[in-house]
Structures are given as C-alpha cells and as structure tokens.
Design a protein around this ligand. Structure first.
Ligand SMILES: [Zn+2]
Length: 305
C-alpha cells in the first residue's frame, strides 16, 4: 500500500517536473537566452588568489626575494617599445613604457598593483629581470589564442633567469568579436566605452596588469566559494579577482559585483584579497589563507542570489 502511494506521488512529481521544464522551454523560446545572473555568475566564477610555489623554499613565491633589491628591472625589446593593434578596421598605437609607468591620462600597471615592488626601466638587456616583447601568438601549445602571456623569474625547466611578458597584438580583434557576441546575447554592455579605442585601452590595460600579476608570482585564481572577500551589501565599488584566468569572466564578475554597472578602465586593479595575498606571501612566505576573508559575507551572497 505504502509502495503504491509512493509510486503515485512519484508519478505526479515527475509530471510536474515535466510541466515545469516545458514551461521553461517556452519562456526561453519567448524571451531568448536569459542574461547572466549574479546567482550563476559570481558563485561559479569567484575565486581566491593563488601564489605559485617557490621551487627553493616550497612556500609561496616571493617576488621580493627573486627580483633582487625588490626591484623589477624591465627591458623592452624593440618590437614592443611601440606597437600597433588593429581593432575593428583601424590601427591604434601603444607604448609599453606608458602602459607600465602610466601617462598623463591613464594610471600605469605598477601603481594599479599598489606599487608593491619597484620598477626600473633599463636599456641594458643583461641587467634585466623582466623582458617584454611583442609577437604573434603561437599556433599551438601554451599561449595559443591568448592576448598575452606572462611568466615569473625562477620558473620552468631550466629555471627562467628572467620574467617575461609577451604581447600578442593580433589577438585583440578576435577578442573584440567575442565580447561583441557576448554583449548581444546578454543584451547589456558590461564594459564602459563609447569609442573603440577606449574599449581597446581597457582590454590592453587589463591584459598587461594581469600578466604583471604572473610576473609577481600569481597563478590563476582558483574557485573557492567560501573565500568571497566581502558581500555586495557594502556600498562601495568592489574589485573582482584580477587573476581570473579568463578575460570575459573577469569583466562579467566585475560588472555583477557592482550592481550591474559597466566596468571602467579605473576599475582595473587587483582585489583587496589579491593584494593581501601578495603581502602575506612576501612577508612570511605563507600561502594565502581563506580564514582572513569574511566567510559570513560569502554565505549571504550564495544564499541570496
Ligand atoms: Zn593569466
């Protein structure tokens, strides 16, 4: 008897689920693909900082130890001193030095990283511990299809004697098309720009600031739902993890974290958690601990959306 009741209930439930699914299909058909919601987007993409392990000590990578004198001496290969990017049918010039050190209009990469390390330009390749170059992306393997790659000093086999940032200017046009498609699907503009060059500037600044994070010893941040640093209850602009491994993920998370407002070039900087991770690793070699972030806030975010 009990068995029969269970079966009936199960049947009824199955029917209801089916009806629900049909209804959902109908709504999807009527209104198109739903836009990305905070519920889906933030919990699935929010990740905590992760420093690479130091091959010498087994602890977190310490940039201040590897770059002697706590200084990055950077050398720009001629190909990268001034380079052009073709974007939506036009050609835009960039200066690597301006990107790193800033110019009269735009804040540079190092100050976005809170000047955690000193930066010095050198024209002498032999005293450089960071080399910046520009080339086409490799056709296959690591860096294929990427806007740029960044590696830190002391990594690889044999260990790299210098860090590297390699910019791939021809990859920005495919990224523009990808973003355009994403904005059409989602029906909102999640990057704040009016002219193409503003969009390109924002993408370029993001790319170099992110690669500089690799030079400082960051791996891509990892998923950790309990490590959300603060909730969106606080009424101030927040920073998504800069070291999210995917550019579109980064901009989407940054957009949703700030109550669906378009991301501006001023937003591009590491999150407070990332800066804290850098400090923690460089002061005592510890991996960043989730315990220092607000777990309660994370719970609110997960259950509310
Ligand atoms: Zn990366």
């Amino acid at each position: 008897m009990a068995h029969g009741v269970t079966t009936l209930a199960t049947l009824k439930l199955t029917k209801e689920i089916k009806m629900f699914l049909y209804r959902m299909l109908f709504y999807l058909f009527m209104f198109g693909v739903p836009s990305v919601s905070l519920a889906y987007d933030v919990p699935s993409s929010y990740r905590f900082p992760y420093m690479m392990q130091d091959p010498d000590t087994g602890q977190a990578y310490r940039a201040s130890y590897h770059y002697s004198g706590n200084t990055i001496n950077y050398f720009v290969e001629p190909s990268a001193q001034h380079f052009d990017v073709e974007f939506n049918g036009r050609r835009y010039p960039f200066s690597t030095r301006d990107l790193l050190e800033g110019d009269s209009v735009t804040q540079g990469v190092l100050s976005r990283w809170n000047n955690v390390i000193r930066l010095r330009r050198t024209n002498n390749m032999s005293e450089a511990n960071l080399v910046i170059r520009s080339s086409r992306a490799p056709a296959a393997g690591p860096g294929a299809g990427a806007l740029a790659i960044g590696t830190s000093l002391g990594y690889g086999t044999p260990r790299a004697s210098r860090a590297l940032i390699e910019i791939h200017p021809e990859q920005f046009e495919p990224m523009r098309q990808r973003l355009e498609t994403l904005e059409q699907i989602n029906r909102y503009r999640f990057i704040d720009y009016e002219e193409d060059y503003q969009l390109l500037n924002t993408l370029m600044l993001y790319t170099i600031t992110h690669e500089f994070g690799h030079v400082l010893g960051f791996s891509h941040s990892r998923m950790a739902h309990s490590c959300i640093e603060q909730s969106s209850i606080l009424n101030q602009r927040q920073n998504a993890p800069l070291m999210i491994g995917d550019l579109t993920d980064y901009f989407l998370v940054q957009y949703h974290l700030n109550n669906d407002t378009a991301v501006s070039i001023e937003d591009i900087r590491p999150s407070r958690t990332e800066l804290a991770a850098y400090q923690s690793a460089n002061q005592n070699g510890n991996q960043f601990e989730c315990g220092t972030v607000n777990r309660a806030a994370g719970m609110v975010l997960r259950s509310e959306f």
